[in-house]
Write a protein of this length. Structure first.
Length: 458
């Protein structure tokens, strides 16, 4: 009996400790990493750095001078030397350290061994970044940061920059409209595409930017942000009226740039510009960001008249994508499905959309349409997204690079509240005034009854 009591006294606390550790690791990965994973991984890295590098084939023969010094001072066997390691810098999600490559090595050699390094040092993932010639940075991620996304407070925002998601290497995915003016975002129902759109709208709502929307689902996606929108079209008929106004606005801005250029023999080089960002701040038009939700609805036709309208709208979208950047007009095209079968102009429009974000889609053809022309190897990664992880997506650009990202949760109510609080930043644009959405009337508030004090008598 006493042996059983002793076993229960010892085993009970151990089981409770193990269960608590498992719960902390599952629910609070950051805390578990800071308290347990970080010290263990640091010890593994320091204790096995040389042997791991040698096993990965990342060591080189020492120089003759070094070999002579080793033999003269220690009389030990001269062994291959690993890349010189820098200071280990711990972070809230992992470790960072820089390696100075030996002559003859390249960053691709280290990147090819990333999976081996991950297992050797007991971390979730290892990423290699080329810092400068001869120097690479190893970014060790201690846990799956995309399981419970937590954005940093300082995530690299700025003018026309929105930190909208978290990359799998624990860095922020920033939507920079100055660098990537137009983007195609695809995603099936419940894939997290709407969440991605909310973060873009709320991030831009706090900036001096005109937000415009085409939402062919009768406005159910963009109508909650009406307080911050300068224009909103809720069906193809209204979109056919809005797009020509944007084309006229773009042409007027080009006329302004041309007038301001005033290129003459005495014009200073700093005063010559080819886009609105070279104009003085007082003369610079406000940037416009056009959100097109369910773009496939603009391509669908039922009659001959609808086909003519469709061709005209697609042509106008292509013109905005081709010429809008210099005029400060940017496109954010979203949809569930996008393919060549939509009709004439679909492939041409896609070619002008530099950025690509592909959430979970229902068919491989949509993933190929989004990523196949810029990063073919990313197509399979997009097709492997599980329905249990809404918000997970694959982001790529025309440079050929791609990465997995995930958007944190943002409720529709919070997004609408941010837009209402930022309504004073909505610019007044006379040309877009007919398309300004009407704000719904607030709920009727019943005034509280007036309670009169009862006089007190002695």
């Amino acid at each position: 009996m006493s042996d059983w009591m002793t076993l229960l006294e010892v085993g009970g606390p151990l089981a409770a400790f193990g269960g608590g550790a498992a719960y902390t690791r599952a629910r609070h990965s950051g805390v578990c990493w800071s308290t347990v994973g970080l010290p263990l991984s640091t010890v593994r890295l320091l204790g096995s750095y040389g042997s791991v590098m040698e096993a990965c084939g990342l060591t080189v023969q020492p120089s003759r001078l070094r070999a002579f010094a080793v033999k003269a001072t220690t009389r030990r066997e001269v062994r291959p030397v690993p890349p010189r390691r820098g200071i280990i810098r711990p972070t809230s999600t992992g470790l960072r350290l820089r390696l100075r490559l030996a002559p003859g090595q390249e960053p691709a050699d280290v990147a090819a061994s990333a999976e081996r390094l991950r297992h050797a040092w007991g971390v979730h993932a290892v990423y290699v970044k080329d810092v400068k010639p001869g120097v690479v940075e190893l970014r060790l991620v201690g846990f799956d940061v995309l399981r419970d996304v937590r954005m940093r407070r300082k995530a690299g925002g700025g003018p026309l920059k929105v930190p909208v998601a978290l990359r799998e290497d624990a860095t922020a995915f920033v939507r920079d409209y100055r660098a990537v003016p137009h983007q195609l975002t695809l995603g099936a129902t419940l894939s997290g595409k709407s969440m991605y759109l909310r973060h873009l709208v709320t991030g831009l709502a706090r900036q001096p930017v005109a937000l415009l929307g085409i939402d062919c689902k009768r406005g159910v996606e963009l109508a909650p942000f009406a307080a911050r929108l300068s224009a909103l079209a809720i069906d193809p008929e209204q979109a056919a009226e809005l797009l020509p106004v944007l084309i006229k606005e773009m042409e007027d801005r080009y006329d302004l740039i041309k007038t301001r250029q005033g290129i003459s023999p005495g014009t200073p080089a700093g005063d010559i510009t080819s886009d609105i960002w070279g104009l003085p701040e007082g003369e610079r038009p406000v940037p416009d960001v056009l959100f097109v939700d369910e773009v496939a609805e603009l391509f669908l036709v039922a009659t001959k008249k609808d086909e003519e309208r469709r061709d005209e709208m697609v042509t106008q979208l292509i013109r905005l994508a081709q010429l809008g950047r210099a005029a400060g007009i940017y496109l954010e095209v979203c949809g569930q499905r996008f393919g060549a079968e939509l009709g004439k102009g679909a492939t041409m429009l896609r070619a002008q959309l530099t950025g690509r974000v592909c959430h979970r889609v229902n068919d491989e053809a949509s993933a190929k349409m989004a990523l196949g022309d810029i990063a073919p190897e990313a197509v399979m990664a997009a097709c492997a997204i599980a329905p249990e992880r809404p918000g997970l997506a694959v982001a790529g650009d025309t440079s050929g690079g791609w990465s997995r990202i995930r958007t944190p949760y943002l409720s529709l109510g919070d997004a609408a509240r941010i837009c209402r609080e930022s309504a004073h930043l909505t610019p007044e644009l006379a040309a877009l005034e007919p398309f300004r959405p009407e704000l719904p009337a607030g709920p009727a508030v019943t005034p509280a009854p007036v309670v009169r004090p009862v006089p007190v008598t002695d």
